[in-house]
Ligand binder design. Structure first.
Ligand code: 5RP
Length: 225
């Protein structure tokens, strides 16, 4: 069992009967979905799930988990997802997939947000290893890009494709992947990105995590926020 699978199984074991569970997106989230489905099948665990992406929704449905529509709920018990970077103060970077808007909405609406990582995701500062994904209104991307450049950012439109072979999100927006000066702390950057007109959402998840579960030397270590 690899580290992602180990931490995902640990998290799935903590899910209780009757919970409404938010499903993240990515390889760690996939292991979580699989283990939740196994408990559902073999242990009679009864949960409902809501998904942060089409791909996780399809996986959940194929494994017979009870999927509820995103637009039919106003809260959930727990949201479980991976992250690309996590700092010591539990700020996260997410969004290397194309689903950061739904991910952040679920993280905020959940009573608890469990973040599943291995030590490679722990960083001194947000942006240490990856650019910051910034989702933008398509018609405004050039003006938003310039605004971000005036904040010291460098980057461009994401050119990799999503599962449909498109460079846009499932709701038709575009993603700028931007690198900022290391001196700009994530709190200031979070506020500036959130206040830039044309930005729909960005990948800095500040004050949203309630627990970070990390595999260290084969053991899951839980840090409560
Ligand atoms: C997708 C995400 C993922 O949670 C993040 O990229 C981690 O992925 P993985 O579990 O495959 O390492 O934020 O938008």
């Amino acid at each position: 069992m690899n580290d992602k699978e180990r931490v995902a199984h640990y998290a799935a074991q903590r899910v209780k009967d009757g919970m409404l569970v938010g499903l993240g997106t990515g390889s760690t989230a996939n292991y979580f979905i699989e283990e939740l489905a196994r408990r559902n099948r073999e242990e009679g665990l009864r949960v409902s799930v809501v998904s942060s992406s089409v791909v996780s929704a399809m996986k959940a449905q194929s494994l017979n988990l009870a999927l509820v529509g995103f637009d039919t709920i106003n809260r959930l018990d727990v949201y479980v997802d991976g992250a690309d970077e996590v700092t010591a103060d539990f700020t996260l970077l997410k969004g290397r997939g194309f689903d950061l808007v739904r991910e952040k909405i679920l993280a905020r609406a959940a009573d608890q947000f469990w973040v599943l990582i291995d030590p490679s995701k722990q960083v001194d500062r947000i942006g240490a290893n990856y650019p910051i994904p910034v989702e933008v209104m398509p018609f405004a991307w050039q003006m938003v890009k310039r605004s971000l450049e005036l904040l010291g950012g460098r980057g461009d439109l994401r050119q990799t494709t999503n599962k449909d072979g498109l460079v846009m999100t499932s709701y038709g927006s575009l993603v700028l992947d931007m690198v900022f000066d290391a001196g700009l702390d994530s709190k200031a950057l979070n506020d500036r990105l959130s206040n830039t007109p044309g930005v729909i959402e960005h990948g800095i998840f500040s004050q949203l995590a309630s627990a970070v579960l990390c595999v260290i030397d084969g053991q899951v270590v839980e840090q409560r926020v």
